[in-house]
Design a protein around this ligand. Structure first.
Ligand code: GTP
Ligand code: MG
Length: 431
């Protein structure tokens, strides 16, 4: 693997690649290799061959075993491949040994995912997060290359030019990382202010989570259309990692009920830890959400596996305990409806593109986030017309009457509003 001067890794774009992966016997890892192929194609690589090896753990020095490595070298030559892509994150030693033996560029799954993120990140914060993840990946891998370089220098114990270069590189990377962290901290502080504002408004937060390509953005778009907020649609496409930034939309429903809906970046198996770490700030909203809507692509044979991956990432983000609704999306693609009968209880089959059951999903969201509304009768003095307007616009007013002392309003309030307006509340039995 080679790095360019701007610290990014040379993308796998336009290469002709052989994919190599370790599969545990019990995993039937073909699924995972299909996904690696999709990831490779996502950056424009051409997949010239796939070589899986069944073994429990990767070889510490060469990832795959020696016999397999010979087979790989032959395959690369016969297919005229210029790149090898491995299905796990490799150490610097493994990368170097493989490159030395094969005489080709070797890329691992992590760098492939980082490449996709680097190419697609849109916001400044997203770009910085990816760069930080790339640098985090690169730093511990300098040593492997450094050893190779330092051997050009003098004998044992002397500091060769390679070692000096290694140190310069390391310092350069470290200082860039510090710079990025500082800028990200400023962005995080800004978001903190926004979050505080939302909390004060008391608007419930609903986050869409799920495996990449499950249909989270499609669910968001359907909900936006169904609630006449269709002009705020987000990007949805049949590709891995179509969404890379967090998108928040205010959804206004009937009865003046409002909530914030958040579309998030999709998860993938073996999501690089450096990336989860870098994206933790933007994914903080997932942990803070009042409700998670887990969107599953139920048309996939491996949907249980994808569900497990999502649970693992949610645990890593500290969101395991949040209230959750699970939607089995793409139900329209399931030829045999009996398959849905195996879905765990409480799971709702939906089709975001065809609209099937989406009204039920919205109703389930509504009852989950608004179940704590308090029914109240308020007597608002006439000099507080602003409060009456607020209640008419923002709450489901069921009755309004004009009395001598002021406007009498019967409605339902969220906790934050209730605390603010409690002085005007009438106890049952009052006028
Ligand atoms: N047939 C069918 N296709 C769907 C359905 N929901 C989504 N899709 C399609 O599936 C593809 C992926 O949908 P997205 O909404 O972009 O998926 P996502 O979960 O947001 O994916 P990422 O942002 O990449 O993580 C798109 O082509 C959608 O149109 C559905 O219910 N049925
Ligand atoms: Mg999306």
């Amino acid at each position: 693997m080679r790095f360019t001067d701007d610290n990014s890794v040379i993308a796998a774009a336009f290469c002709r690649a052989i994919l190599v992966g370790i599969e545990k016997e019990r995993d039937g890892g073909a699924r995972s290799m299909d996904e690696l192929a999709a990831l490779a194609e996502a950056v424009g690589a051409e997949v010239a061959g796939i070589l899986p090896q069944v073994r429990e753990t990767p070889d510490r020095r060469t990832y795959i075993g020696k016999g397999k490595l010979d087979e790989l070298a032959e395959l690369c030559a016969s297919m005229e491949a210029d790149t090898v892509i491995c299905n796990d994150e490799l150490s610097g030693i493994q990368l170097r040994n493989l490159e030395d033996r094969l005489g080709l560029r070797v890329i691992d799954r992590t760098i492939l995912i980082l490449d996709i993120f680097a190419a697609r990140a849109g916001s400044r914060e997203g770009k910085l997060q990816v760069e930080l993840a790339q640098l985090r990946y690169r730093l511990p891998r300098l040593t492997g290359f450094g050893k190779a370089l330092s051997s050009q220098g003098g004998g044992i114990g002397t500091r060769g030019p390679g070692e000096k270069k290694l140190e310069t590189d390391r310092r350069h990377i470290q200082s860039r990382m510090d710079e990025i962290k500082k800028e990200l901290a400023e962005a995080a502080a800004h978001r903190q202010v926004q979050r505080a504002r939302r909390k004060k408004s008391g608007l419930p937060l609903v986050a869409l989570v799920g495996y990449t390509n499950a249909g989270k953005s499609a669910v968001m778009n359907h909900i936006l259309r169904a609630t006449e907020n269709g002009d705020k649609a987000v990007f949805e496409k049949d590709m891995l990692f179509a969404t890379l930034d967090t998108y928040r939309r205010r959804v206004c429903m009937r009865d003046n009920k409002e909530f914030i809906l958040v579309d998030t970046v999709g998860f993938v198996s073996k999501l690089p830890h450096s990336l989860v770490k870098a994206f933790r700030a933007t994914l903080e909203e997932v942990a803070e959400a009042d409700l998670l809507v887990h969107v599953v692509d139920a048309s996939r044979a491996d949907c249980d596996f994808q569900t497990d991956v999502v649970s693992e990432v949610l645990a890593e983000l500290g969101a395991s305990g949040n209230d959750r609704i699970t939607a089995y999306n793409k139900a329209d693609l399931i030829g045999d409806p009996a398959r849905l009968l195996h879905a765990p209880p409480g799971v709702l089959p939906v089709s975001a593109t065809r609209g099937d059951n989406m009204d039920k999903l919205l109703a389930a969201i509504e009852s989950a986030i608004f179940r704590d509304l308090r029914s109240v009768r308020l007597l608002i003095p006439y000099d507080r017309g602003d409060i009456v307007s607020y209640l008419s616009e923002k709450t489901p007013v069921s009755e309004r009457a004009y009395t001598e002392e002021g406007t009498l309003v019967a409605t339902k309030l969220r906790e934050a509003d209730y605390r603010r307006l409690e002085p005007y509340a009438l106890r049952s039995g009052d006028a």
